[in-house]
Write a protein that binds this ligand. Structure first.
Ligand code: ACM
Ligand code: ZN
Length: 746
């Protein structure tokens, strides 16, 4: 299970808007695109002209033949309009860039490589769709990617897919100019790649007596034999893998295999228990690093993997090793003594160094999750930064290459919309807008260090994706945002423009047989607070386009006669806002009902007697009385996080004040150990010294409740006071968070 116990706050870089951007439906957005007057008729055949030769020519023709473009390959000189694909070494396009010119004479693509020509072709295909491949607007594009690595990661262990499914995803990646597929082929829930030397990996460790990961996880987490009647799972044969690699290569996608070590290896150790510290099945999750047999096994497996996969990188995992068995294992202790390793972190690092040397000796490099930094990073390793960005920043500063995949922006297993109306996910909350906002180059890096950031990747962990349909639902459309983050320069990105293009793309994904999330029709209410004017500006926003937002401010339900939202609303005091999206006169999405208050504590003084966590500081203690409410995820910068402590806050209203309501919202998400307070005690005082109890607010939500739950702790009555003390008691569970967003005083 991905533990997600380490939670980082990441700052969202502001998006620069380029107002003149065209919403021409190309994803990712090209760096420079000029749409011109006129269009080229492509309803009849174009001839084909190219200086590609050999396999590159064969692959390109084979690919184009599968598209709706009408090309006559035999009519080079015969037809007056032409598709030209020309390798031109003279230009500034790098390994993947292209120039596309569509004019009266035809479609001309220039690039230094066949990959560049292929990406030019992808832009042609997207542009031609607008008129069902009958015409294409005259256009000039100069385009090349921001990053060399633009990836999707797919977990095959928790739930296994199929050759056909993988090829379908590769088709989509190619369309969005993505070029890496990180294939997570081994993990505790099942081994998924045929290794000829170790048949028990695939006739035993690839099978379990439960269909879904969740059933298996909640039962005994045992494996079974392939030929057992109730065996579920599977693996890719080497022949299938070769076929998939070839399919990907024709789409200019490199497949990077991941073989997990030393942790997440329960399945290997069940099949080959002698590779564990205990020599027993179902006891350890980590390989024993003391035994030479472990290295013999890993080298044998890597031999077959390297033989199959031509990728420069071999991913060796490295994440979340428990490291516990090593502390008492005689073999591991002996290894540590002999090698002068002072702790288990260094023992892990010993293993990664040794495996790196082996992989390097075969002419390849390793890439691993950011835990491979612990105990010292192997000299040529590339780091995949998932526990926030810090690992990546540290690696880049020490001259290592980095792929950024921080959980808060790149984990496509998080909820993408209101968890209460979404199928169960692992936790977290990551809207497509937030994915889109990501900038893989942290401000903490100077220009030279920034060069070490080679790209970005969306990660799909499938604990809670039991079906292929559901897997696609989580991938699309968020992967389109990853594609644009990876390709398009920040100054050419624009959320509203992207939102338009993604909305246009969704029907096409559906037509092509994908199962995307169709974006939320619910209303979000970003606010701006003016403390001097004592007013709040509220915007009403929606992921969907092509809708009208109608709203009311008197508590009644909005309908098509209610005002249409155009510009931000101004709130002084309290507004009882209701809003809903309507499409063609019919309501879509949920009704938003929200009281927006410039309440009595905003802008007053607050003192915290307990400390908030530096990982979730939001904007400090004033977060609790700044008027801004948190959203559905604790990591949006509006929730103040307290780790392993009660919350004790005193608000000074400045003068004796009449109070009729005090409330604060709490959140619970069991996965990442975020708990509602056991209770919240409210006290008041007039001198700030002697407090008297006003009320103690409790709730009845159990800590084992699945998913994300919110609870509003509310006191209502009549009192007067200058000081209010809020005391939130943490649950009696080892370790955990309390998140509060605002203490509302009316
Ligand atoms: C990871 O999510 N454990 C890399
Ligand atoms: Zn051991």
């Amino acid at each position: 299970m991905k533990k997600r116990t380490i939670l980082f706050l990441l700052c969202v870089a502001p998006i620069t808007c380029t107002p003149e951007m065209s919403a021409q439906n190309v994803i990712p957005h090209p760096q420079r695109m000029t749409v011109k007057e006129g269009k080229l008729d492509i309803s009849s055949y174009l001839s084909f002209k190219t200086n590609l030769t050999g396999k590159e020519l064969g692959d390109m023709v084979e690919y184009i033949k599968d598209t709706p473009l009408r090309i006559d390959y035999s009519a080079e000189e015969g037809l007056n309009k032409c598709l030209t694909m020309e390798i031109d070494k003279e230009n500034e396009l790098g390994d993947e860039g292209y120039i596309l010119k569509v004019g009266a004479s035809g479609i001309n693509i220039y690039a230094q490589t066949s990959a560049g020509l292929f990406y030019g072709l992808q832009s042609v295909l997207q542009l031609a769709e607008e008129d069902n491949y009958n015409s294409i607007k005259y256009v000039e594009i100069f385009d090349k990617p921001r990053f060399e690595y633009r990836g999707l990661h797919l977990d095959e262990s928790r739930h296994f897919s199929s050759t056909e499914f993988v090829k379908k995803q590769l088709d989509a990646l190619a369309r969005y100019k993505m070029n890496r597929f990180h294939w997570h082929l081994t993990d505790g829930a099942g081994w998924r790649i045929e290794i000829k030397k170790y048949p028990r990996l695939t006739n035993f460790a690839a099978w379990r007596p439960y269909e879904t990961w969740k059933e298996w996880w909640n039962a005994n987490r045992h494996y079974c034999n392939q030929d057992d009647a109730d065996a579920h799972g599977g693996y890719y044969t080497q022949e299938e893998i070769r076929e998939i690699i070839d399919y990907a290569a024709k789409r200019h996608i490199t497949i990077i295999p991941e073989i997990e070590m030393p942790g997440h290896s329960e399945e290997v150790l069940a099949a080959y228990p002698l590779l564990s510290c205990s020599n027993d099945m179902y006891k350890n999750s980590d390989f024993c690093i003391g035994k030479e047999a472990t290295f013999a096994f890993i080298e044998d497996v890597l031999d077959e993997v390297i033989d199959l996969f031509p990728s420069h990188y071999i991913h060796i995992g490295g994440d979340e090793a428990a490291k516990s068995g090593w502390k008492t294992c005689p073999d591991c202790m002996k290894r540590m003594k002999e090698e002068g390793l002072k702790d288990v972190d260094e023992l892990q690092s010993y293993m990664i160094h040794r495996v790196e040397q082996y992989v390097n000796s075969k002419g390849r490099d390793i890439i691993g999750w950011d835990e491979i930094l612990e105990g010292g990073l192997a000299p040529n390793a590339t780091v995949m930064s998932w526990r926030g960005e810090q690992g990546g920043i540290t690696a880049a500063k020490s001259g290592h290459k980095v792929v950024m995949t921080p959980g808060d922006f790149c984990y496509l297993d998080s909820y993408q919309s209101d968890p209460s109306s979404e199928p169960e996910a692992i936790g977290g909350y990551l809207t497509i807008e937030k994915v889109y906002s990501y900038n893989p180059v942290s401000a903490a890096l100077n220009d030279e260090q920034a060069e070490m950031i080679i790209g970005v990747q969306g990660n799909v962990w499938r604990e809670y994706m039991p079906t292929l349909e559901h897997t696609e639902y989580m991938i699309y459309p968020r992967i389109l945002a990853i594609a644009e983050v990876g390709w398009t320069m920040p100054e050419n990105k624009n959320w509203n423009n992207f939102r338009e293009r993604v909305n246009n793309e969704i029907p096409r994904l559906i037509r092509e047989g994908y199962n995307p999330y169709t974006l939320s029709a619910d209303i979000e209410t970003p606010m701006r607070i003016d403390y001097n004017k004592k007013e709040i500006k509220v915007a009403l926003e929606c992921e969907r386009t092509g809708i009208n937002i109608h709203y009311t401010t008197d508590g009644t339900e909005p309908n098509t006669n209610s005002p249409i939202y155009e510009d931000s609303l101004t709130v002084k005091g309290t507004m009882h806002l209701s809003a809903r999206a309507f499409s063609e006169g019919k309501p879509v999405g949920k009704v938003l009902r929200k009281d927006i208050d410039f309440h009595k504590a905003i802008g007053k003084k607050i003192t915290l007697k307990t400390k908030y966590s530096p990982n979730y500081p939001a904007s400090g203690e004033y977060t609790l009385i700044d008027g801004y409410h948190g959203g559905k995820g604790y990591n949006d910068g509006k929730w103040l996080g307290f780790l392993n402590t009660d919350v004790d806050a005193v608000i000074d209203l400045g003068e004796k004040t009449r109070i009729s309501r005090i409330s604060t919202l709490g959140m619970q998400a069991k996965g990442p150990y975020v708990w509602l307070p056991q209770y919240i005690k409210i006290q008041t005082s007039n001198d700030g010294k002697k407090f008297k109890d006003l009320d103690t607010l409790t709730h009845d939500i159990p800590t084992d409740r699945e998913g994300v739950v919110f609870h509003d702790f509310v006191w209502e009555g009549k009192t007067t006071a200058r000081f209010i003390r809020i005391y939130a008691k943490i649950v009696d569970i080892e370790g955990g968070w309390i998140f509060l967003d605002e203490i509302v005083v009316k």
